[in-house]
Write a protein that binds this ligand. Structure first.
Ligand SMILES: [Zn+2]
Ligand SMILES: [Zn+2]
Length: 447
């Protein structure tokens, strides 16, 4: 009845005490089945330095053995790693505690797959544990941070380019490394039987889990890791493309301003569903994506010639119905994982809309806007200014700021999902609309 994948080391039903007694020498190990909980297995291991016996709940899934996050091909590999882990942690505890305070990260500029800027020299890791390093900072701090300047090594990335200065958190996932991997924050090797380290899925940075809390918000996404345009986090996308705003927003707005401003019911009338999906696919195409990211041109010059370059890749002029282009823009905004006006600021915007006094309302909206991340702020500003121009000729297109608020409110200021049926209710709709309507009307005061 013993599982075939455990082999001869599996001793069947053995108590904790018996298991410990059977492991006589350091490094001895066995697998026992729990007497109280049949079908559950425990790894018993005699720890090499202190001679104590350790018990770990052992799991097997998809051909891999594990006692924590790290997966192993065989129990032998797991035990080997476990013994090394315990040896290292008992012999080098002092060093392990100290190592995160002397990071090599500040001197790294090209090891990670994604390009990395030198970290802020003023960044103090010890202080950062309690300071909000991982929480998005106010916009004005993001863009003036002295840490985010381009090094002279890469002249193709001009210092003035706002996108590179947007702060972005790394997006960590736990990772099992094959072979020896060193932590790109502290410079020490990854080890551990439970977990080794985490990898950022946007830029590929590898760090110890404990070090990940100290790494500054300087993630530079790489094409290798981010493969779409729609549905990708806004800051991630603009940093990847080196553009001030998402390319979809700029291209669609520019096309609509060319030939859709007087179109009756622009943004309210829906375009062809099939064409919108086709347009989305064109933007998501890897070829288009690569064209933007791997351009050898200076980014500023590139941004000027971009409309001509992408003409053959995403051709908006081919879509006769301007409502299709408006529809693609709305779809892009709807599919953002975090809306332009982020979830965490939802209540602030809604509460602002509830203020009846006009000046108070505008102040509250302005305050909430100032808390949006840089890339989000630039995008909402650009979009609202465009919608303002649409509403300026509402005599022709019938789209007043009120009507545009109805269309864009629930998309730009989306109700946070987990609370959809609780704290937030559909009565918010009028406030969602109201926020956008006010932004359009008072855009010259707000931006
Ligand atoms: Zn990253
Ligand atoms: Zn580390």
């Amino acid at each position: 009845s013993r599982p075939h994948f455990y082999g001869p080391e599996c001793h069947g039903l053995v108590s904790r005490i018996e298991g410990g007694a059977l492991c006589r020498e350091d490094g001895d190990y066995l697998i026992r089945e729990s007497q109280n909980d049949r079908g559950r297995f425990t790894l018993v291991m005699r720890y090499i330095v202190l001679g104590v016996v350790k018990n770990f709940k052992l799991y097997y899934e998809d051909g891999k053995h594990f006692v924590g996050e790290k997966r192993f091909d065989s129990v032998y590999d797991l035990v080997e790693d476990g013994l090394i882990t315990m040896f290292v942690e008992s012999k080098a505890q002092d060093y392990i505690e100290r190592m995160v305070h002397e990071p090599v990260y500040n001197s790294l500029t090209g090891y990670a797959p994604g390009f990395r800027y030198p970290a802020n020299p003023a960044h103090e890791p010890a202080k950062s544990v309690t300071s909000p390093v991982m929480s998005p900072s106010p916009r004005h701090r993001n863009v003036t941070s002295p840490s985010k300047k381009s090094p002279s090594k890469l002249p193709t990335r001009p210092k003035c380019l706002l996108a590179q200065q947007y702060e972005k958190e790394h997006h960590y996932k736990s990772h099992t490394y094959r072979g020896l991997q060193w932590c790109e924050y502290c410079g020490n090797f990854m080890w551990g039987i439970i977990q080794q380290g985490v990898q950022c899925i946007d830029c590929g940075l590898n760090v110890h889990k404990q070090c990940s809390k100290l790494v500054p918000n300087d993630c530079q996404p790489a094409l290798k890791h981010v493969q779409h345009v729609f549905g990708v986090d806004l800051t991630t996308l603009v940093k990847l493309h080196g553009t001030q705003r998402p390319i979809v927003v700029d291209m669609c707005i520019s096309e609509i301003e060319k030939r859709g401003m007087d179109s009756e019911g622009i943004y309210r009338v829906s375009g062809s569903h099939d064409e919108i999906i086709e347009l989305k696919a064109a933007f998501d195409q890897r070829k288009f994506h690569q064209l933007i990211c791997t351009s050898k041109f200076d980014r500023i010059i590139f941004s000027l010639i971009l409309p001509f370059l992408v003409g053959s890749e995403v051709n908006l002029t081919a879509y006769e119905d301007v409502n299709t282009i408006a529809g693609a823009l709305k779809l892009y905004l709807r599919e953002l994982p975090v809306p332009i006006l982020p979830y965490r600021l939802y209540s602030r915007f809604i509460n602002a809309a509830k203020i009846s006094h006009e000046d108070g309302k505008l102040d509250a909206v302005r305050m909430a806007l100032s808390a949006t991340p840089g890339a989000h702020f630039e995008t909402i500003k650009y979009l609202i200014q465009h919608l303002g121009r649409v509403s300026d000729i509402s005599g022709e297109n019938q789209m007043t700021s009120h009507n545009l608020g109805i269309v864009f409110g629930p998309t730009l200021l989306r109700t946070p999902e987990k609370d959809a049926n609780q704290r937030y209710n559909y009565n918010d709709t009028q406030f969602q609309q109201g926020v956008i309507e006010s932004m359009i009307e008072y855009r010259h005061h707000l931006f």
